[in-house]
Design a protein around this ligand. Structure first.
Ligand code: HSE
Length: 423
């Protein structure tokens, strides 16, 4: 039976889950995959944590050189997080001809091209299935299940922390701060929750997923990003009344005008499959020209779900001889002929405050009509001398809405409190 030695760099949540799966399922993998996988080495600063997980003391490495030089190690799993050390360690491993499996989405989305170059030069494998959407096998599905399709769009709820926060705000009516504190306490959030709530984590994942789906480099810098910190209880209540829920969406589209990639909170109609993705769960809704719509759903974070993706990559690497790389020329920047669309089209939800007096609505309608924006739904609540006007537009351009908001504010016809896209 083929023997494969694994080293794990970092025994935090994900590394710990990976270690547990590899040790608990070793016999299962021998039986089902016909491969004998052993953890030969672990690099973890917190010795006590490693020993508590059952790592034998003699398997604890002192430094990366020891891991890379170990002839029994074939595959190095990096679950360290952060970028600087992780990048150096991954490059050390690849340069030594070892296969690298990583869950590090920030590193991967920023330095994929450098890692891939080193892997190709040294005939090493490079696997990143755990970098996006944890245990949900969306990367493997794009690479090995949907490659017969031209994919036109990929829309996902791909950050568990923000989905947990928004679900709690929608279902329990609790304020943003309380929901964030709960998400952090439950261990869903990144070390710095800003990476979640400001949309960076989702943007890193969208950059990787869109590159795979559209066969071209979609740099992280091209993702239009907006977080959830400005979503208020009033928006959540209005969403509910209008028949929507609120999600942080990652949207990737390949249109005749170019590629559109964006991460932002959005109203999602309650009948849409993504509306039912609650709590810390993730889902990705993919549309291909042959298959039609496909939705993948599951846990996007956590020790065993993310460990599941890592160990699947280890097994894939251990049982396949040919190496797979990106289907496009993987460089820091996309090819010159690839166009990106930032003035995308969407329907919009607007919440504004106006004086409760004759002509207020007419002024708003005039600005929108001048901008070519058609109103689909309108709702108003009065409160003393002021009124809250809520409207949903028909599909229009991002720039048209930005101009209208600017005019409404500049001519004093309304105080625009919220602008959210509608799926
Ligand atoms: N903080 C991330 C999330 C973890 O909430 O989805 C997985 O990337």
């Amino acid at each position: 039976m083929k023997k494969v030695g694994v080293a794990i760099l970092g025994l935090g949540v994900v590394g710990g889950g990976t270690y547990r799966i590899l040790t608990d399922h070793a016999e299962f993998f021998r039986t089902t995959q016909h491969v004998d996988i052993t953890v030969e080495s672990v690099l973890e600063k917190n010795r006590e944590r490693a020993l508590a997980l059952g790592v034998p003391a003699e398997k604890l490495a002192a430094n990366i050189a020891e891991v890379v030089l170990d002839p029994d190690v074939n595959i190095i799993v990096e679950c360290m997080g952060g970028v600087t050390d992780a990048k150096d360690y991954d490059l050390d491993a690849l340069n030594a001809g070892k296969t690298v499996v990583t869950s590090n989405k920030e590193l991967f989305c920023k330095y994929w091209h450098e890692l891939e170059r080193a892997a190709k030069q040294h005939n090493a494998g490079l696997f990143f299935g755990a970098s996006c959407v944890g245990g949900v096998p969306v990367i493997r599905t794009l690479l090995d299940g949907l490659q017969s399709n031209e994919i036109s769009s990929l829309v996902g709820v791909i950050n568990g922390t923000t989905n947990y926060i928004l679900t709690e705000m929608c279902e329990r009516g609790i304020p943003y701060e309380a929901a964030l504190a709960e998400a952090v306490a439950r261990g869903y959030a990144e070390a710095d929750p800003a990476a979640d709530v400001e949309g960076y984590d989702a943007a890193y994942k969208l950059s990787i997923l869109s590159s795979l789906a559209f066969h071209t480099k979609v740099p992280y810098s091209k993702v239009c990003r907006e977080g959830i910190t400005k979503v208020t209880a009033a928006d959540i209540r209005n969403a509910h009344e209008l028949g929507y829920t609120v999600k942080l969406l990652a949207v990737g589209k390949n249109t005749p005008a170019g590629i559109e990639v964006r991460v932002h909170p959005a109203f999602v109609a309650k009948g849409h499959p993504l509306a039912s993705v609650g709590g810390s769960y993730n889902a990705v809704f993919i549309t291909g020209d042959c298959v039609g719509d496909v939705m993948l759903y599951g846990k996007g974070a956590g020790d065993l779900p993310t460990g599941s993706a890592i160990v699947s990559d280890i097994l894939y690497a251990a049982t396949h001889t040919e190496l797979h790389y990106a289907t496009f020329k993987n460089t820091a920047a996309p090819a010159k002929d690839v166009k990106f669309v930032s003035d995308f089209e969407s329907a919009y939800y607007l919440r504004m405050k106006v004086a409760d007096e004759a002509g207020s609505l007419a002024k708003i309608a005039a600005v929108l009509s001048h901008g070519g924006i058609s109103i689909e739904r309108l709702m108003q609540r009065t409160d003393g001398d002021s009124a809250e006007v809520v409207l949903v537009t028909h599909v229009t351009h991002e720039s048209a809405v930005a101009n209208a908001v600017h005019k409404l504010t500049a001519n004093g016809s309304a105080e625009v409190c919220s602008v959210l896209r509608v799926l």
